[in-house]
Ligand binder design. Structure first.
Ligand code: OSB
Ligand code: MG
Length: 384
């Protein structure tokens, strides 16, 4: 028997019925970044995003696959996502089935959450567009202002890092994340803390350290950081639990969490006190909402991560943050931080208080501009 005290946060969404879909297109766009984005695993100079476009009875919907062309953040790439979507997932999308049934069919395909999320997002946005309601409304959540957060990539000099932090503080970002890697960590954090003693600050290592670095990582404890994100291997949970027992700074897991089951396992052994939910990495909006709900019930903070998305994925992340459990500022930053020109009509901007307004209108709110998509298209393929 399900307890009435803890209703499923996704029951209504699981019951939504898929409409007939007339056309399915995959459109890959390439947008130059305003500056290279450096992490411990790779430096990206542009965003190559595979978009999905659905057409149903004259209504269209766009979604964005959050994979990169390379497997440096995740094993999924734009090429694997295309393959999995074309050959295994799309054939399962049939009119009249519910979103819950679609998720059930998708479970037959192991992993590939980014590919699954691309279709799930597109279907959910299509349904919202057809109903003429905003995505957050379809998710059952009222509009609210969304907290902002900036992810600052590895910089060439501490001076450049300090300038980037200074700009973010001036823009009123609610928290600042700085990337770290082996050999570019403690001194760089100390420099930022020295200049900005009170700014809400965190670091992200993208899995660059190993358990033998525990003594070194523990030295982060003196900097009053909100958290350290994914210090150890991208696939590890258990060693993070040992590390969390040894340090006072909260550990946040990103790469290791692919599902509610992963989140529950990590929480049960104390591997993290915070989870970065990237809706693409966990297979979509429904699984994200389940993870956030579960984490909230277990005293674990959740925030919405980002994958340097174009305006499409950025808008999805904004709507998702209306869901229960997204209590911490995420990696939701202004469009101008990444792109001079996006593929949607209105860039994401921060208000004077650092908050972000949900774009108004049906679905994701932001309007995809076909001419801007066309201008950036490097590949297009009609699947249906
Ligand atoms: O680890 O969160 C990460 C970007 C690409 C790949 C991995 C990560 C990131 C970010 C940027 O930190 C988040 C964003 O601003 O969208
Ligand atoms: Mg991360």
């Amino acid at each position: 028997m399900t307890s009435p005290v803890h209703p499923s946060p996704t029951a209504a969404l699981e019951a939504l019925i898929l409409p007939r879909i007339d056309h399915v297109d995959l459109v890959t766009v390439k947008l130059p970044f305003v500056a290279p984005f450096g992490t411990s695993v790779h430096v990206w100079t542009d965003k190559e995003a595979m978009l999905m476009r659905l057409e149903s009875g004259g209504v269209t919907a766009w979604s964005e696959c959050v994979s990169d062309p390379d497997p440096f953040y995740s094993y999924e790439t734009n090429t694997t996502a295309r393959h999995i979507i074309k050959d295994f997932l799309l054939p399962l999308v049939e009119p009249g089935i519910t979103l819950g049934e679609l998720e059930g069919c998708f479970r037959h395909v192991r992993g590939h959450g980014m590919a699954k999320a691309t279709i799930e997002n597109a279907c959910v946005i299509l349904i919202a567009n057809q109903k003429g309601i905003a995505l957050h409304e379809l998710l059952g959540r009222p509009a609210k202002k969304i907290m902002s957060g900036l992810s600052i990539g590895l910089q060439d000099t501490q001076d450049a890092l300090l300038k980037a932090v200074e700009r973010a503080v001036a823009r009123k970002y609610h928290r600042i994340k700085m990337k770290v890697k082996k050999g570019q960590d403690l001194d760089w954090v100390r420099a930022v803390r020295g200049r900005f003693p009170d700014v809400p600050l965190m670091v992200d290592a993208n899995g660059d350290y190993s358990p033998s670095d525990a003594d070194h990582l523990r030295r982060l404890d003196e900097f009053n950081l909100m958290m350290v994100e994914q210090p150890l291997s991208y696939s590890d949970i258990i060693e993070h639990a040992s590390l969390q027992r040894e340090m006072t700074t909260a550990i946040c897991l990103d790469e290791s969490i692919h599902s509610l089951a992963d989140a529950a396992a990590a929480i049960s052994i104390g591997a993290c006190r915070i989870i970065n939910v990237k809706q693409g990495r966990v297979g979509g909006l429904l699984e994200s909402i389940r993870i956030a709900h579960y984490a909230a019930g277990h005293g674990v903070g959740v925030w919405s991560g980002g994958m340097d998305e174009t305006g499409i994925g950025r808008a999805v992340n904004i709507h998702l943050q209306t869901a229960e459990g997204f209590t911490l500022p995420g990696d939701t930053s202004e469009t101008a931080n990444y792109f001079d020109e996006d593929i949607i009509d209105e860039p994401v901007v921060l208000g004077a208080d650092g908050f972000i307004e949900i774009p108004k209108g049906p679905g994701i709110g932001a309007r995809v501009v076909p001419e801007l998509v066309l201008k950036r298209t490097i590949r297009a393929e009609r699947l249906r």
